[in-house]
Design a protein around this ligand. Structure first.
Ligand SMILES: [Zn+2]
Length: 216
């Protein structure tokens, strides 16, 4: 079972990916994890990737796909894998399709987590963190004092810059510009694209996703 996850940052794709992978009994892998593992292991492709990273450059798709191919060929991935953040652009979708074809592994389903921009803004702007003890909160406003703070003086709740409404709306625009063509590409190539409503409690969204992968 090979599952590709698509969805905007903050939609809960990573958390749901973990849950889906656990339910399917397969690993979830993200590009960053695979890349770090290859660099740490000092594989030829890992060293090549490290060269780009050390220079502050983006690692090219061809290097990442080579590392991904080796990861997908590993025995731990024999039963399947949930791929998170591996496909963000059409060239990456094409590259992954080529890798899977070489490995004779079909892509079973693309889970497209969807959430309205206003709902995402509301969700993320409701997240704060104590600037003293780093405790995260949901539904508490910035500038409140953290009454139970372990730090002295007590910390103040702050919102991460990434969670500010303007930042969220900007990320959503970038995501949509990149991802709409990816979804269209998958549909045009006959992939099973299942849209999952990402708004709701974790268990509710999980049930929707599991149904889409045939485990509901
Ligand atoms: Zn605190």
């Amino acid at each position: 079972m090979i599952v590709v996850l698509l969805g905007p940052p903050g939609a809960g794709k990573g958390t749901q990916g973990e849950r889906i992978a656990a339910a399917l009994g397969v690993p979830k892998i993200a590009t960053g994890d695979v890349l770090r593992a290859a660099v740490k292991a000092g594989t030829p492709l890992g060293l090549e990737a490290k060269g780009y990273m050390d220079r502050g450059d983006l690692v090219p798709d061809v290097v990442i796909l080579g590392i991904m191919k080796q990861a997908l060929a590993a025995p731990e991935q024999a039963r399947g894998v949930v791929l998170d953040g591996v496909v963000r652009t059409v060239p990456q979708a094409e590259g992954l399709a080529a890798v899977l074809a070489e490995l004779h592994r079909p892509l079973d389903v693309v889970l497209l987590f969807t959430i309205a921009e206003d709902a995402l803004v509301a969700r993320l702007s409701g997240r704060t963190v104590c600037d003293g003890c780093q405790t995260p909160f949901t539904g508490r406003a910035p500038s409140e004092t953290h009454a139970e703070c372990a730090q002295s003086p007590k910390g103040t709740l702050v919102r991460r810059k990434d969670d500010e409404p303007d930042a969220v709306r900007n990320r959503m625009r970038v995501y949509e510009a990149q991802t709409a063509p990816v979804v269209a590409w998958y549909r045009a190539h006959g992939a099973n694209v299942a849209a999952i409503d990402a708004l709701g409690a974790l268990d509710v969204v999980q049930a929707r996703a599991l149904k889409a992968v045939g485990k509901g």
